[in-house]
Design a protein around this ligand. Structure first.
Ligand SMILES: Cc1cc2nc3c(=O)[nH]c(=O)nc-3n(C[C@H](O)[C@H](O)[C@H](O)COP(=O)(O)O)c2cc1C
Length: 192
């Protein structure tokens, strides 16, 4: 295999709780976004937006997470709200991802725009790995809450996708079973 295929196959997510300092420098973050910008994108619609959460804004995001938890479940206990808040504090670096999907584009259907968003996110993950960081995409049930939509000032057609949590991890990342290539690859036979 080539080095790039090896790197793609070796990618593993790491739980945000384990993603310690150091997080990526500003230069590294820009480099990761540059990789994201190289993703396939039908019609050059640039449907993906990344929002870096500065360290001193984490506490405010934690309050928004708690508001989103309360919105989703008004009976949330104090410990559930604390848990929601903690999710804004996990990891050395947090980047929100939202998508602008044009449902009425005459050329590029929404599913192709979503594929472009996924490809951009994957490029970011791979770039992060290659720069020496580990990461994980997380979302959760509260991702489409009004509170979080308002926090990120989303408008019509804008959808909050999740957060990429990044940091340093020196342990062995958990292996998730991957499908065997034969399980998802077939050869088209026009006669059957
Ligand atoms: C858009 C998106 C949202 C996700 N949200 C969550 C989440 O909220 N919680 C979670 O544990 N995993 C979530 N995942 C899955 C993990 O990021 C990760 O891919 C999965 O645990 C498999 O591990 P691997 O990346 O090492 O194969 C999400 C993945 C994507 C693409």
């Amino acid at each position: 295999m080539t080095a790039i295929v090896d790197a793609i196959c070796a990618r593993r997510s790491v739980s945000p709780k384990l993603l310690g300092k150091p997080g990526p420098s500003v230069e590294h973050i820009v480099e990761m976004i540059r990789a994201a910008c190289a993703a396939p994108d039908h019609g050059n619609l640039a449907p993906t937006r990344f929002v870096y959460i500065p360290d001193d804004a984490r506490q405010s995001l934690a309050e928004e997470f708690a508001a989103a938890a309360l919105e989703t479940n008004p009976d949330s206990s104090q410990s559930e709200l604390e848990d929601a808040k903690q999710r804004a504090m996990n990891g050395a670096c947090l980047i929100a991802v939202w998508a602008h999907i044009d449902e009425n584009n005459p050329v590029v259907p929404p599913q192709e725009q979503w594929i472009a968003v996924g490809a951009a996110m994957q490029n970011l993950l791979l770039a992060a790995n290659s720069l020496g960081y580990h990461c994980k995409i997380v979302s959760g049930a509260r991702i489409s809450s009004k509170s979080l939509r308002a926090a990120f000032k989303l408008g019509d057609g804008d959808i909050l996708v999740g957060f990429v949590v990044l940091g340093t991890y020196t342990g062995q990342a958990k292996n998730r079973p991957r499908p065997e290539p034969e399980a998802i690859l077939s050869s088209w036979n026009p006669d059957i």
